[in-house]
Structures are given as C-alpha cells and as structure tokens.
Design a protein around this ligand. Structure first.
Ligand code: SF4
Ligand code: ZN
Length: 360
C-alpha cells in the first residue's frame, strides 16, 4: 500500500501523438491541448481547409482560379495547400498565381522574387500586373508626391482594381485570397470604428463579389494566424518559401492599433477573433440603410457606384497635381451621380487587406 510521503513512480514512457499514437508530438492542439505530431498536424490542417472548401462550395469542377499571391505566409500556404488538395481530392481546378507589383523598391521587388520561386516550386503559372502598367504610377512615385499619410488609401484602391484586372487577363472564374480570421476580425472592427455597419456582412462573407466582375473567396476565413494548429505553424514546419518583411510605407497606425487590440484580446481569450467575426456576420442591416447602387465607371468601365470609380478619381488627382482630390469624403468629381449613399472612398481601402507583412 502506498504510504504518505512515498514518491509516485514516474511515467517514463515517451508521450505520443494523440492522433497516430506512434510518433513524437511536436505541438499542442489549441482546442483540446492534446499533443500532436507534425505529420498528423499537416493532415488535420489540410483536412480542415478541405472541409471549409466543400461545406462552403467555394469552387466548382473545371473552374479557373487565381490565387492572390504576395509572397507572404498566408498566400504561400494557400497556394501550397490548394494545389495539394486540388490533386488529392480531384477538385478539377486550373490554378494560377496572380501577383500585384505596386512598385515599392526594397519590398515588393523582393517579395516578387519569392512568388517567382513559388511558381517553379508549385508548378503554378504566374501573372504579375503592375501599378505602373495599369495606372502609369508606381507607389514609390506616389509616395514622393503625397508622403506617408494616405499612401495606403491609394495603394488599397489600386490593388483592389488591379487584382480584378489581372484576374480578367487570366480569364479566371474566381480569385482565392489568403485572408485569415485575424484579418477579417480586424476589418470588422475597423468598419465598426468607422460607423460602416453596412459593410459588416460583406467583409465577413467567405465569398464576396458574386455580383461584381470576379468573385473572391477566403478559404482561411476560420483559420488563425498565430496560435498552434494555424497557418504560421504550417508554413514554418513545412519550411515553405515565403517573404516576411513589412512594407516600407506601412505606417497605417489606425489599422495597427486595431490589430494590437485584437491580439491583446486573443491573448486573454483565444476565441475572441472568431467571436468578432461571428458578431460581424450576425449584424443585420436595417432596411433604412441604403446600399450603393452598382454601375460602371464612365472613364475606365470598372464597377462603381459613382460616376467615376475611386481609382480614376485618385488618378485624376495625381495626374493634375492635386493628389488630395480623392481623399476624404468630398464628392468632387462625382457630383453628377450624387446619391444618398456613402461614397465608396476610403472604406474601399479598408476592405482590401492593408498589407504590412500581410497578404492581399
Ligand atoms: Fe501598399 Fe500595403 Fe505598403 Fe500600404 S502597407 S503602401 S497598402 S503595400
Ligand atoms: Zn474608373
């Protein structure tokens, strides 16, 4: 009989993975805190993404799909996993990499080198569209004129349109982006802080733009970046080739505060991010809130609820030496199609992923 004070015999058997019960564990699963080995973690992660794709019917057999590829960890993991699942489960997709070159020396030129390597590593054809070709301006040139205050507004509006134009050049049916749960929670919070409740359901939807030129989907909508069982761990364990330097023009303080706030909440309560997304999804827009009527830009033909699309308004300002023309809420050039709706100005840039170290 065990007496008080007797040392308990130590269990010297090595712990084993809770899934295969065979290999040594490499990390803990966040929900159950069970230990899991690398190989089983890969399978669990890939299976989760597969389930998200199937349950949400993100793709149809035979579709051409462009993966928005910035060279960052999210889009690199997406390209790797999507091409793997496409083979494994015979989705029947034609996959492409689509990159945007904003013209930022010392940042995008380097990250594009990563995407070019991914093109070879994953065997996915790459298309790069540049701001210089599309708009006649690089971000380096724009920042020289406007400084570092509104650069991300220009960049976000231009990127959104560039991605659609690149997708049209590739003749794809859909664009898949690497937005993860953290990014979506950030966008929810920013839209609330801006009083832009009308955009909440759109920014949380897993597929958006079905009424626009090319729908976009976010297979990582439910996946967190940092904690185990997540995108970053997958990229690290798999030794994927990604680029992690932050944009040299990334002063976006407001978004940065929102990101830090969410990270603080997550530290106290890991579910906080998914709960913020859930809140965004559950908001109902009151019937008195008018949604913008979609038309096309009279100048470039891109979808717009105004006479000119936001990119054309910003470009006009740049080309006329009045770069502040399209910043803020002045209706300026769009006066003729004035409607009782919120102008699609700065809010548009909030929807596009304001990168920093992030992807599109
Ligand atoms: Fe563009 Fe992103 Fe850099 Fe802002 S942080 S200038 S949105 S690449
Ligand atoms: Zn336009």
């Amino acid at each position: 009989m065990e007496k008080e004070g007797d040392a308990k015999p130590k269990n010297t058997a090595p712990r084993l993975c809770c899934v295969c019960n065979h290999r040594r564990p490499a990390l803990k699963r966040p929900k159950t805190l069970d230990q899991i080995c690398r190989e089983c973690f890969y399978e669990v992660f890939e299976e989760e993404i597969h389930q998200v794709i199937v349950e949400n019917q993100l793709f149809k057999p035979g579709e051409r799909v462009a993966i928005g590829a910035s060279g960052g960890k999210d889009s690199t993991v997406l390209a790797y996993v999507l091409s793997k699942l496409n083979r494994q489960h015979q989705y029947g997709l034609d996959l492409f990499l689509l990159s945007i070159d904003e013209g930022i020396t010392g940042y995008r030129d380097d990250s594009l080198e990563t995407v070019k390597r991914n093109e070879i590593q994953y065997g996915l054809p790459l298309k790069v569209v540049s701001y210089k070709d599309l708009y006649g301006w690089t971000m380096d040139e724009i920042v020289k004129i406007i400084g570092l205050k509104n650069n991300c507004t220009f960049c976000g509006v231009f990127r959104r349109q560039a991605l659609d134009r690149g997708a049209a050049m590739l003749k794809v049916d859909k664009v898949a982006t690497g937005h993860n749960a953290d990014d979506i929670a950030e966008t929810v919070l920013l839209n609330i802080l801006r009083g832009d409740i009308a955009r909440l359901s759109r920014c949380t939807a897993i597929t958006t733009g079905e009424d626009g030129p090319i729908p976009r989907c976010k297979p990582f909508k439910f996946h967190l970046l940092q904690i185990p069982n997540c995108i970053l761990t997958y990229a690290y364990f798999k030794r994927l080739d990604y680029f992690s330097t932050e944009c040299i023009y990334s002063p976006n303080a407001y978004r940065g505060f929102a990101r830090e706030f969410i990270k603080d909440l997550e530290r106290i309560r890991p579910r906080a991010i998914l709960d913020i997304i859930k809140s965004g999804e559950d908001f109902r827009i009151s019937t008195t809130t008018k949604m913008p009527e979609q038309g096309t830009c009279e100048r470039c033909g891109y979808i717009s609820s105004q006479k000119w699309c936001k990119a054309c308004v910003l470009l006009e300002g740049l080309n006329r030496g009045l770069p502040k023309l399209g910043i803020g809420r002045s209706r300026g050039l769009n006066i003729e199609r004035k409607k009782d709706v919120k102008e699609n100005n700065l809010t548009e840039s909030i929807e596009s992923k304001q990168c920093g170290t992030l992807d599109f």
